[in-house]
Design a binder for this molecule. Structure first.
Ligand SMILES: *[C@@H]1O[C@H](CO)[C@@H](O)[C@H](O)[C@H]1NC(C)=O
Ligand SMILES: *[C@@H]1O[C@H](CO)[C@@H](O)[C@H](O)[C@H]1NC(C)=O
Ligand SMILES: *[C@@H]1O[C@H](CO)[C@@H](O)[C@H](O)[C@H]1NC(C)=O
Ligand SMILES: *[C@@H]1O[C@H](CO)[C@@H](O)[C@H](O)[C@H]1NC(C)=O
Ligand SMILES: *[C@@H]1O[C@H](CO)[C@@H](O)[C@H](O)[C@H]1NC(C)=O
Ligand SMILES: *[C@@H]1O[C@H](CO)[C@@H](O)[C@H](O)[C@H]1NC(C)=O
Length: 358
């Protein structure tokens, strides 16, 4: 386990200024976190899949595998019982009737994922901060983690609070002095969409060099999870809407089955971006910054049935035209909870216990 000083070396002002010093490298860094969840942590850990792994899980490619229907172990928690559930992704509460999307286990080809144990994680997080930074997609992963953990904590020993005009939301497990936080910074750097409650996505202005104002809220985090794929891709979205499991012109609306064809890639996942990710990670490694990539892109691609579609809170009243054409307002970007993002967190858990500790 990395200690605080190692983490500080990564997310300190030195880090931000060395990154912001170069326009191109920052843009590249931001591209890097588009596609993956990256875990910034200790300096000396090799990336998963790199040579000379020692622990069994290091040899196992956690991200190459298949989905297995498992209604015994899943869901990991009940939507209604999670008191911190988000209305944007509580699909069952908003009328979704087919619930199989809650019951899929990720089975890597070479090993089994360990069972998630909330108490063990809380012990690991004692006196620590686990911080998710990003947009509503990453907020979903944060909600997922909070739901996975909160059931193990009695009501009097947990709390949720907001800071900095709700830019920072903090779930705290008091007995452990552990926090699981979400910081709203959809593009990581400063933009005109940094108000978590009022962020127009049109006419976006991005200050690519300005990260310090945000980073000061997370620079001493023990674990930092970035993932901001969606917003950077928005201008391209029109182009991308065309394909859902190979059905041109389709939508995720009405999908109840996942894709079983192994190796499937939708056109929404641009593999050339992956190459950019790999290059940037190498460059940062050369500077002594280690980034762990949880490469969840492909395993998520299979899950075309796991989006909220129309089953979520809509913040604006729907028009007659929309109601007549559900495809037009189906949400195919976020993910229902319980669901896929719980598995992202199980992978993170595996990383924290079996990769970083090994
Ligand atoms: C799990 O699924 C199987 C097969 O679909 C079904 O027979 C069984 O009743 C289900 N069990 C639960 C607990 O839902
Ligand atoms: C979960 O972890 C705690 C703390 O490490 C341990 O005491 C407990 O036995 C674990 N529970 C299960 C079901 O493995
Ligand atoms: C609680 O955790 C924070 C880090 O999140 C740490 O700075 C603080 O010292 C801890 N408090 C105690 C009493 O250990
Ligand atoms: C919070 O929002 C209010 C109103 O939008 C604004 O006046 C204030 O400066 C903000 N405070 C912080 C700490 O950002
Ligand atoms: C939202 O922000 C825009 C511009 O940033 C502003 O014009 C508008 O008044 C804000 N709306 C609310 C409800 O605060
Ligand atoms: C992620 O995994 C896919 C295969 O599933 C691979 O093609 C891609 O290069 C990987 N990306 C990174 C950044 O490791």
């Amino acid at each position: 386990m990395a200690n605080r000083s190692q983490v500080a070396a990564i997310a300190s002002p030195t880090w931000t200024s060395s990154v912001t010093g170069s326009f191109h490298s920052l843009v590249a860094l931001l591209v890097a976190v588009l596609v993956v969840s990256a875990l910034f942590l200790s300096r000396d850990q090799p990336l998963l899949g790199s040579p000379t792994p020692t622990a069994p899980t290091r040899q196992c490619d956690l991200f190459s595998g298949r989905w297995v229907y498992d209604n015994v172990s899943y869901p990991l928690y009940k939507e209604k019982q999670c008191r911190y559930m988000s209305r944007e992704i509580a699909c069952e509460a908003y009328g979704r009737k087919d619930l199989k999307y809650q019951q899929w286990r990720w089975q890597p080809h070479g090993c089994d994922l360990p069972r998630f144990n909330a108490t063990a994680l809380l012990e690991k997080l004692r006196n620590k901060r686990l911080v998710y930074v990003g947009d509503s997609l990453n907020r979903g992963q944060w909600h997922s983690m909070v739901c996975m953990v909160e059931a193990a904590i009695p009501p009097a020993l947990k709390s949720m609070s907001d800071r900095h005009n709700a830019s920072l939301r903090i779930f705290k497990a008091h007995e452990y002095n552990a926090t699981i936080e979400f910081y709203w910074a959809p593009l990581l750097v400063e933009t005109n969409c940094d108000d978590p409650k009022n962020h127009s996505i049109y006419h976006r202005i991005v200050r690519v060099r300005a990260i310090e104002n945000h980073a000061k809220h997370w620079h001493d985090a023990d674990f930092l999870i970035f993932n901001t794929y969606l917003w950077w891709r928005l201008p391209e979205m029109e182009l991308l809407a065309g394909e859902w499991g190979g059905i041109p012109g389709g939508s995720c609306y009405g999908e109840t089955e996942l894709i079983t064809r192994e190796g499937y890639w939708g056109t929404g996942s641009v593999l050339s971006m992956m190459r950019v990710v790999e290059r940037v990670v190498k460059k940062l490694e050369a500077r002594g910054i280690t980034i762990h990539i949880l490469n969840i892109t492909q395993l998520s691609e299979y899950r075309k049935e796991a989006h909220p579609t129309i089953h979520r809170k809509h913040w604006h009243p729907l028009t007659k035209e929309q109601l007549a054409n559900p495809v037009s307002y189906a949400d195919c970007f976020h993910w229902c909870l319980p669901g896929l993002q719980d598995v992202w967190n199980e992978l993170l858990y595996t990383y924290i216990f079996h990769i970083l500790d090994a």
